[in-house]
Design a protein around this ligand. Structure first.
Ligand SMILES: [Fe+2]
Ligand SMILES: [Fe+2]
Length: 338
């Protein structure tokens, strides 16, 4: 087993409209983290100014004047690095799932919350904060066009420690996307931007707890909504990236679908970037063609059948045709990838 990681210097802010609740948080977490409290949303924003930055901010949902979601979306805009969590009663669960979905919060805790759950959630938040920060620092390292590929590949390596499948998947999807784009006749500058975005398109999965990522069997609605936040988390990680390529938008839109049934925004056809439409096709090709721990590859015929079936409805027709052509000609190798 690992040694206990030391979190005692990490600054955590609790926000509630009841002093007693804040006091109980202080008592439960004393010594483990560096705890700050604020009585209500406006006070929280003041505390951010005087004592921030915070690794994690945990807010109650039901508060007068400014509720927890309103507070956390303000925090998100002003201090995007802070990991945001919300405490909610069972009755507001629907709202909480919605908020996770929109990328506004990292996790929600249901009331009453015992201290073990609270401590675990705060620790997960700190880990997330550290990982996002490490990733951001990588962005700061190289901002010039030529160095971008090396920088983005470093992110893939970062993910690889925790989630080797996703790391390999992003590499393969980048190659397949570039092949499709070439066949569609996109200009080389656009292909370069697409390739870079594809290399990190699922980077937002760093925010998905490992237990959900590797869970066999089906996911609950709440778990799925956490996974569905990954395009937004990915876009957020790269928001400081200075480049003329629309890398953050490509990442943000890679699960949008032509008929508006995708996420996170439910965009339609022309509202979706061509690069994202291409990644969507490459994503499916790779998922179907690779061997997974729980099942072998479904094979090329199945891949072409799925693409044909979703063509024009969920997936961009031209990209599908290009993808099918590549598979048929043996240019995408599938099961030999892994
Ligand atoms: Fe994805
Ligand atoms: Fe993907």
């Amino acid at each position: 087993m690992h040694n206990e990681t030391d979190y005692s210097n990490e600054r955590i802010l609790f926000v509630d409209d009841e002093p007693n609740v804040l006091e109980s948080f202080r008592r439960a977490l004393r010594g483990r983290f560096s705890i700050f409290t604020a009585l209500g949303g406006s006070a929280a924003l003041e505390v951010f100014k005087s004592d921030g930055p915070f690794a994690v901010v945990v807010s109650d949902y039901k508060m007068p004047v400014m509720n927890g979601i309103e507070l956390l979306s303000k925090v998100r805009r002003a201090y995007p690095d802070s990991i945001r969590m919300i405490l909610t009663g069972y009755a507001d669960l629907e709202m909480a799932i919605q908020a996770v979905n929109q990328g506004d919060i990292f996790r929600f805790l249901t009331k009453p919350c015992d201290s073990a759950d609270l401590i675990n959630a705060v620790k997960a938040g700190i880990e997330q904060f550290r990982m996002t920060n490490a990733a951001r620092e990588l962005v700061g390292v190289r901002r010039i066009k030529d160095g971008l590929e090396g920088t983005l590949r470093a992110f893939t390596r970062l993910v690889e420690f925790r989630d080797p499948y996703t790391a390999g998947h992003m590499d393969r999807v980048a190659e397949i996307s570039a092949l499709i784009a070439t066949r569609l006749g996109l200009d080389s500058d656009k292909i370069q931007g697409l390739h870079l975005a594809a290399l990190v398109h699922d980077i937002g999965k760093v925010a998905v707890p490992a237990g959900i990522l590797n869970k066999p069997g089906s996911l609950s609605e709440a778990e799925f909504s956490i996974i569905k936040a990954h395009p937004l988390v990915g876009a957020e990680i790269f928001q400081t990236l200075e480049t003329d390529w629309p890398i953050t938008t490509i990442i943000e839109q890679h699960h949008e679908r032509m008929d508006g049934s995708g996420y996170p925004h439910g965009l339609y056809e022309d509202e979706i970037l061509q690069e994202s439409k291409i990644i969507a096709v490459a994503d499916i090709i790779d998922a179907v063609l690779t061997n997974r721990p729980y099942r072998p590859t479904l094979g090329k015929e199945e891949a072409m059948k799925i693409l044909e079936n979703e063509k024009g409805r969920l997936l961009d027709s031209a990209s599908v045709d290009a993808g099918i052509g590549l598979i048929r000609e043996g240019l995408i190798l599938g099961d030999t990838f892994t």
